[in-house]
Design a protein around this ligand. Structure first.
Ligand code: PMP
Length: 461
């Protein structure tokens, strides 16, 4: 039999990987086991996973209880769908449970299998809503630079990262972007929170007016941007943006795929960031990654129009084979039991404060630390070249972020380099301990110090 690495190299088409490089370097194969925040590769090397996979393994690896729930449900009823008014018990119980945690005004749950498909569902819901309201022109969706909303044809366009558009003829023509509220690169020198927020809101208003409010359907935003750089908005940002949206009858979609189910120390990021969304997308934390499940939460304002208008189009012509899959719903219920019983939402907030303070302290004396930022158990450190009183981005070809991540990986800590700048992120399981945070921070600090010294030796500073 072929070596497993050989099989991977020969047959697997890897996402977000450079094909030619992968052909040469092959994979890091996670094979043996995983427990809590720790994962072991097929060579027996242990890693502290400071990213919870891809921001998703919130309750940690190795939970027997979720494994049992998956197995029990697969034995009892492995599959049935939700089309044509069919239903299964776990999905109904889960929908009620999700709505009970959601902010006021949410009444319905539409299940999917990924964050990307949830955001495609969002686009279709807002178009359908405006068609039912006899506003067929009101279809554009505004997202933000650096926002991450997925990779399907619609959601990749909403994503404000050039690497997801290049080569794919995206975004689709009805998508627009506004600036991210990025303290380091978007805020003007000397601009305080109020002025910065007012400028961001004005930019949104100007865009909607220029496009024509009767052509703009929705604005989509993560409470705290994740993959685009862990960008935490100033406190008044969402209320100010929301005033603009309300003025122009534009819906707010909160993309809670990372923030939802506790990562910011509140059940939803909207709670912490003062957002009052009409629609929410959730995924990752709903099952802690034990099964692929996403959901669109629909507020009463949109639902009442869809429900009353259902005579116009007949059956809602949207849904996936795996919408409301009972096995994934059973995993979600077991996962939410753990989150509640172990009080993990509160814990995420407390451990997040500790992690953010530790990162700030550890990186303060490194000359290439441009910013350390975060909220709850999401954080990033961004590296740049000192440039007088401000900062200059490194040449992307220098690969500063990826070099630091590789050096940390060598030393057994998994973090992630984020695109469009040299930020590296941290998003550990909610069960992370103080000692594990200390280890992650000190290992990455050491890696960053080594890369800093190498950059100096290369005259790259
Ligand atoms: N929205 C956000 C905020 C995300 O972080 C992600 C995934 N990182 C997605 C959507 C897409 O989710 P998926 O990869 O499950 O399609």
């Amino acid at each position: 039999m072929s070596d497993i690495h050989d099989l991977d190299r020969r047959y697997v088409f890897h996402p977000f990987s450079v094909a030619q490089n992968h052909q040469q370097s092959g994979a890091t194969m996670m094979a043996r086991s995983a427990e809590g925040c720790w994962i072991t590769d097929d060579a027996g090397k242990r890693y502290l996973d400071a990213m919870a996979g891809l921001w998703c393994v919130n309750v940690g690896y190795g939970r027997e209880r979720i494994a049992d729930a998956l197995a029990d449900q697969a034995r009892q009823l492995s599959y049935f769908h939700g089309f044509s008014s069919m239903a299964t018990e776990p999905a109904a119980i889960l929908a009620e449970r999700v709505i009970s945690k959601a902010p006021e005004g949410f009444s319905k749950v539409f299940f999917g299998a990924s964050g990307s498909d949830a955001n495609d569902t969002q686009a279709k819901i807002v178009w359908y809503y405006n068609n039912l309201r006899d506003m067929p022109q009101k279809k554009k969706i505004i997202a933000r630079d650096r926002g991450y909303h997925g990779v399907t044809v619609m959601s990749a366009g909403l994503t404000g990262l050039p690497g997801l558009h290049a080569g794919f003829d995206l975004p689709l023509p009805m998508i627009r972007h506004v600036s991210a509220p990025h303290n380091l690169w978007t805020r003007n020198a000397g601009e305080d929170d109020a002025a910065f927020t007012a400028r961001m809101a004005q930019e949104l208003d100007d865009l909607i007016v220029a496009e024509g409010p009767d052509t703009v359907a929705a604005f989509i935003a993560e409470p705290v941007m994740g993959a685009g750089g862990v960008i935490v908005p100033p406190e008044g940002y969402f209320p100010a943006m929301q005033q603009v949206l309300d003025r122009h009858d534009v819906l707010l979609i909160a993309d809670e795929v990372i923030c939802g189910f506790g990562r910011l120390g509140t059940w939803f990021g909207s709670d912490r960031m003062n957002m009052k969304p009409d629609l929410m997308s959730v995924a990752k934390g709903i099952t802690s990654g034990y099964a692929p499940l996403s959901a669109v939460l629909v507020g009463e304002k949109v639902w009442s129009v869809i429900c009353e208008g259902s005579a116009k189009y007949g059956a809602f012509g949207h849904g996936y084979t795996y919408t409301a899959h009972p096995v994934t719903a059973a995993a979600a219920l077991a996962n939410l039991d753990i989150v509640e019983e172990e009080n993990l939402v509160t814990r995420a907030g407390e451990m997040g404060d500790y992690m953010n303070a530790s990162l700030k302290k550890a990186f303060a004396d490194l000359p290439i630390t441009a910013e350390t930022r975060g909220c709850g158990l999401m954080a990033a450190v961004e590296f740049a070249k000192p440039h007088g009183d401000s900062w200059q981005k490194f040449d992307p070809a220098a690969g500063v972020g990826p070099r630091i991540v590789r050096a940390a990986l060598e030393d057994g800590v998994i973090c992630r380099a984020l695109p469009n700048g040299d930020a590296i992120s941290f998003s550990p399981p909610f069960t992370v301990t103080h000692e594990e945070i200390d280890l992650a921070v000190s290992t990455v600090r050491k890696a960053a110090g080594t890369v800093h010294d190498a950059l100096r030796a290369e005259n790259a500073l």
